[in-house]
Write a protein that binds this ligand. Sequence first.
Ligand code: CA
Ligand code: CA
Length: 455
Amino acid sequence: MYEPFCVTRAICRHEPIECVIIVVVKSDVRQKVGPGLVGALMIASALLTACGARDIGWYSVDSSSSSGAGGDGSGGMTANVGGNAAGGMTANVGGNAAGGMTVNVGGSGAGGMTVNVGGSGAGGMATSVGGNGAGGGGPLENCTNGLDDDMDGDIDCEDQDCDAGFSCADPAPPGWTGPVALWEGNGNLPPPPCVLSGGFDSIAASGSDGLSAAPASCPSCSCGAPQGVACQIGTAGFYSNSTCAGGGGQLSIPEGVCQAFVTSTIDPAGVTWNAAPPGGGACLPNTMGTISVPSVQWAERARSCGGLAEIGGGCGGGLCVPRPQSPFAEPVCIYRAGDQSCPFAYPDKALYFQSVDDTRSCTSCGCATPAGTSCGGTLQLYTDNNCSIDEVTLSAVGQCAALPPDPTPPPPPYLSLRSMKYTGGSKNGGSCASQASNPTGTVNEIFPVTFCCAP
Ligand SMILES: [Ca+2]
Ligand SMILES: [Ca+2]
């Protein structure tokens, strides 16, 4: 592509320089390589002239000397673009050159004599324009590869070039994970994506704190009609007067049984059917609506991001890691499951919880024992002891009836001997009190995770 070479005493190692430099560049190649190389050669010419070189010329010739682009060149004379060159004399653009004499643009050069533009040079004689890196184009320090990329003697975090974006961190002790970048914020806010963290690209541990939770919302309840109610007892009241005045006591008997009895305080002339209380039975509960458990609320939330692809050196026994970027906090942290004490190198503790034990629910709807059911049927009184003589029938609770005198009274101290029978009938009405569905259960934080951050 282009062919610079020095034909007379090309290598000038000692001052004062007295040599003739002739640079020959094929004219059409100058156009291809552009102003960078041409400018570099002109600068080189000027500098060499200043050093005492007597003649520098430009010529257009056809040449078949070696040349390269985007690769490496080597040889007695080399022209190179975007690659590395080594040789007796080198013109190099955008790459690294080493050789007896070097003209270098935007790269670093090493050799007996170096003219360097915008790069760094090292050699027996060096003329540098633009300084180390300041001119753009010199190798930058990669802060995560464990190498001294810019050859300033400092690796990764040792190099002040890495100060802005990287810092040293202690390795996570056994049982701990990290370093990670930690975000802590309002529990109502969505955690930021890890891509914002500045190099910690994958989600690590997360947690929440400050739990609050409303109780479950429960359904309403009602009860169906009483079922299975039994009319098992008949109760009669006795009076000395046939119009049911002057009470003298009452007697309850089982349903369907002829029950003989004697009286000792009165010789009853009137009887009332006092009661036929319903027994047993139940109502089926109706549940209206469903149990609704509100979502839990957290006052605070935390997300950590880890997964550093590369970790640099220059930190002694530590790690050269990126400085977390906002909204993640600096410095870095480590984490471990459970409520832990923080290790020495990461003393700042934050405890979060990764889940909840939620037992919130509602009690079932229920129904109290049936009440208010009235029993029909009959209550019958007799003047003998086996329900066969002088039958008097009561057909409704509350009814009063006159009783005939006992024709066969028992011996004193008894006043009369009679018998009674209750026959159950229809069961009417009644209801069950509803037992409400009430909130039950609790929510508790579980699975704690401890974050410990560097001071
Ligand atoms: Ca490095
Ligand atoms: Ca360095």
